[in-house]
Design a protein around this ligand. Structure first.
Ligand code: CUA
Length: 329
């Protein structure tokens, strides 16, 4: 009972900022409510009818007064808007480099979690402190919402697309995971735990779970199993584009547009290859894989294709970042 508090524990770098904004909304909301109630009662008493034949004086509007009570609340709302927008973009735009990428798939009624090294868990998420973690969310069936109250993060998990957010955990401990979007009979059971560990314990935990194939290796297996490899020949112009160094780079399409090959692009190109045709290649060459690969498999394929883009080594990444340009590899 001692732990009775309004806010859940704060365990991420931005939790304090979200709470500050929430506190501001709360103070403004309570303040406005109190002000309105005060004036309701104050005027009710001040302007009460004192005798049966009393007639009220006619009142004419006051422009300065009207402007004041319109402009002040407007400015207060603008502060909320600007502050909220800043936090939104901050929390839902993952940093570009050195993130720990974790893939979460929602499925009635569980959270399936995959780590790049190949560890897999259900309803359990393990993260280290002091390192930005990028979470990619996918849904196998219906709309869910991945909610980590201790990190003040919540995002809908939308079927047919990827959503991302990121956080940097600050405090070791065990915190709740909830599904915050009604998704069927056992929605309330779609819960789990995120365990935050210090980096050393995290490494120990990771190596204890290692031994299986990494996500990239699993993706490569799928790549061979589905015959992708026969067309997408690496380092060679085949009937299909080579996938070497595609991920994260611009791709020129036959209709003249240029798109960045991100997760969503790769996903679409697997499921519905005719949606975007790479310039110089033909339509209807690649079979449609819609309904044939599950979301977890798609994520493995994407991680494999990512791995073909030679992400620069951490040291090289820093040098490239310092030089302010993308690695030529
Ligand atoms: Cu999944 Cu509610």
């Amino acid at each position: 009972m001692g732990a009775l508090s309004i806010f859940p524990p704060r365990a991420s770098t931005t939790a304090g900022e979200v709470d500050a904004l929430y506190g501001f909304l709360l103070v403004v909301g309570i303040g406005m409510t109190a002000l309105i109630f005060f004036f309701v009662f104050f005027f009710a008493i001040k302007y009460r009818r004192r005798s049966p034949d009393e007639r009220p004086k006619a009142i004419h509007g006051s422009i300065p007064l009207e402007i004041t009570w319109s402009v002040i609340p407007f400015l207060v709302m603008l502060v909320m808007f600007a502050w909220g927008t800043k936090l939104y973009f901050q929390n839902y735009t993952p940093p570009r480099r050195d993130t720990l990428d974790i893939y979460v798939t929602g499925k009635q009624w569980m959270w399936k979690i995959q780590y790049p090294d190949g560890q897999r868990e259900i309803n359990e998420l393990h993260v280290p402190t002091g390192r930005p973690v990028k979470v990619t969310l996918a849904s196998e069936d219906v709309l869910h919402s991945f909610f980590l109250p201790a990190f003040r993060l919540k995002h809908d998990v939308v079927p047919g697309s990827y959503q991302t957010f990121w956080f940097e955990a600050t405090k070791p401990g065990r915190y709740h995971i909830f599904c915050a979007e009604y998704c069927g009979t056992n929605h309330s059971q779609m819960i789990g735990w995120v365990t935050v560990m210090d980096p050393v314990s995290y490494e120990t935990w990771l190596s204890a779970g290692a031994g299986g194939s990494s996500m990239a290796e699993l993706g490569q297996k799928l790549f061979e199993q589905y015959g992708c490899v026969s067309c997408h020949v690496l380092d060679q112009q085949g009937r299909c584009p080579s996938l070497r160094n595609v991920f994260g780079n611009p791709v020129k399409l036959e209709d003249g547009r240029t798109v960045i090959a991100d997760e969503a692009y790769i996903r679409e190109s697997i499921l519905n290859p005719n949606a975007k045709i790479v310039s110089g290649y033909k339509r209807d060459v690649m079979p449609v894989f819609q309904g044939q690969i599950n979301e977890e498999g798609l994520l493995q394929l994407i991680v494999y294709i990512k791995s073909l883009s030679n992400p620069p080594k951490p040291a090289a990444a820093k040098t490239a970042a310092a030089a302010g340009k993308r690695s030529p590899q």
